[in-house]
Design a protein around this ligand. Sequence first.
Ligand code: HEC
Length: 324
Amino acid sequence: MKSLASYLRVIGFMVLAFLLLEFTIDSGEQMAIEKYPIIWGVLAMLLLFAIAVEIISETLKSILYRGLSEEAQAKFLVSEKARKAQQFSGIKQIYKKLVGGKPIEQEGEIVLDHNYDGIRELDNKLPPWWLYGFYITIIFGVIYLLRYHVFDGTKQAKEFEIEMEEARLAVEEYKKTAKGLVDVNTVELLTEASDLAAGKAIFETNCVACHKTDGGGGIGPNLTDEYWILGGGIKNVFNTISEGGRAGKGMVPWKTELSPLERAQVASYVLGFAGTTPAEPKAPEGEIWVNPDDLKDAEELPVETIIDSTSVIDSTSVNITVRD
Ligand code: HEC
């Protein structure tokens, strides 16, 4: 391979082969070349093949050339020379225009008349590529100035805020449609019959061993009363089911077993036990849980909060009764 053109042909062929392979092979998110390393082998084969074709065609040419008469050889050389001169002429032309330098023969026209120890200076024009780039920056600058400082366009910081706000709304919208995305901050009490039925099924497969079918409690605490060790209300119950109870008590975290939606369903089902009377209720544990949202409302009313020492259930629990 002697000529630049044959190198370019081989490179072009390889790029084409690579792109074709990438586009035609279904490799999902990954690049085909990562997923199927065998493609490296295919590409190597293709490279050898392309080089071989180049070498063969060059050899063929030289054999044919040798077979020509002297006259024909001379003719061939002339035409070959002309062809070479033409090669890439378009690109060369564009390059020349962009650089805009004077050819050496014409440098005499632009040489300045000072001369320091034989060092002289050419008064070249600014290269067009640079000059036009400069003009473009001026135009850009004017437009920018007018847009952002005269007509008060949205600046970056504002744009960022707008985009963040849009994204927040989009996320919120998406969360509404995707129940499965709930977390402890967004979980709401589910009331649809289908969700509660699903919650019941989950409860009966996973939880009855310790909490009993009616929620009356066994190894685990009674879930029907208003006393909660780890807090009542959908958020606390969801959190307890997700993260488990206190260490060593037996309530494991269910977040690996149950999806967020399933945890919300079973939590809603558990809260449905409130006020029911189980067959063998376990004694209350923990304290009466008051929804802080309700408390906030209650604080506005004149309420008398007293600590009722007679209702202490066990030594670990503190009971605060809110009375009207
Ligand atoms: C191996 C027995 C066991 C299983 C199974 C079990 N729990 Fe529990 N659960 C407990 C224990 C023990 C506690 C008390 C944890 C503590 O004291 O920290 C508890 C506490 C709870 C609480 C908090 C009660 C409170 O008073 O704060 C909820 C809610 C609860 N479990 C729901 C569930 C649900 C829903 C399931 C099924 C997905 C389940 N549990 C499965 C043993 C179990």
